[in-house]
Design a protein around this ligand. Structure first.
Ligand SMILES: N[C@@H](CCC[C@H](N)C(=O)O)C(=O)O
Length: 293
């Protein structure tokens, strides 16, 4: 892959519960970002390494976000590690807001971020954590059966802007290596692919999960996935805030930390977790041009 980029390309590296991202600031959307370049950036051996890319663009400068520009100045153009686009990334949007603060584009407090899944309001909390209003979950009766190593489970279909299949297992080890996407059927339920979560109970309103992400393989956390898991677990447990008028909070352990998810009676889901900027620098032009050895 070669690039025609002539000016040095700045990047940052960040993570939220170890779901890690290459951040590319590109306010005016001047950087050509083909799938192959995203995949090279996310390569953990020959690139910077990451589960995805957070392309930071002014909403007004991006065709997918122009309509949201009045509500949100900045657009999270999210790319999976394989270069595909995704509607939303829950950990990514927290790290995105942390970047906006780091770059001086916003001060501590609330910021609206445009995503392909709509505008998300993100609150930079005083204790260093970040809370996002993630919108509502859409649960569908159209489920699938997921299979790993001779075992299989029914999986709940939950849409958080992006698609999820949530399977309850006795032991997270039953999810196997997750090197490859676990087979599921009927495949027609998810024409655009799916993120698959495996969930095990840890205590009252407390679960742990592993995830195979669409476009990225197993990651150490998935924020939209944790929200899907919290809602699917609440319904399994007979808890429905819309019916009782009482918010329900679940703690979701992921391999890279912990996320706290609250579903409110109006259906709005809030997620709180960390967001960290790790490093920043400039990409080597020779590497970028594909001519570096
Ligand atoms: N890790 C993200 C989800 C990223 C997108 C996902 N792989 C998809 O294709 O839908 C999160 O924290 O939500």
């Amino acid at each position: 892959m070669t690039s025609t980029q002539t000016t040095p390309l700045r990047y940052l590296k960040g993570h939220g519960t170890e779901n890690d991202f290459v951040i590319l600031p590109d306010a005016e959307n001047e950087t050509d970002l083909p799938a192959a370049l995203v995949a090279r950036l996310c390569d953990r051996r020959a690139g910077l390494g990451g589960d995805g890319v957070l392309h930071v663009v002014r909403s007004a400068a991006h065709p997918d976000a122009r309509a949201m520009a009045d509500e949100a100045e900045w657009f999270m153009d999210y790319r999976n590690a394989d270069g595909s686009t995704a509607e939303m990334c829950g950990n990514g949007v927290r790290v995105f807001a942390r970047y906006l603060e780091h770059a001086g584009h916003v001060t501590a407090g609330e910021v609206a971020v445009a995503t392909r899944g709509g505008v998300k309001r993100v609150h930079l909390d005083k204790d260093g954590s970040v809370t996002v209003s993630m919108g509502r979950a859409v649960l569908s009766e159209d489920g699938v059966t997921v299979a790993v190593d001779g075992r299989s489970w029914p999986a709940r279909n939950v849409n958080m802007g992006n698609p999820h299949a949530v399977a309850f297992v006795e032991d997270l080890a039953h999810a196997g290596t997750l090197h490859d996407e676990p087979p599921y059927e009927p495949a027609s339920v998810y024409p655009d692919g799916v993120n698959i979560e495996f969930v095990a109970d840890r205590g009252p309103r407390h679960v742990a999960m592993r995830v195979h992400e669409r476009g990225a393989a197993e990651t150490r956390s998935c924020g939209t996935g944790a929200c899907a898991v919290a809602v699917a677990t609440a319904r399994r447990d007979g808890a429905d805030p819309a019916a009782t008028g009482t918010p329900v909070t679940y703690t979701v352990d992921v391999l890279g930390g912990t996320l706290v998810i609250t579903e409110h009676p109006d259906g709005e889901i809030e997620m709180t977790g960390p967001a960290v900027i790790v490093a920043e620098g400039t990409l080597d032009p020779a590497w970028l041009a594909g001519t570096g050895a």
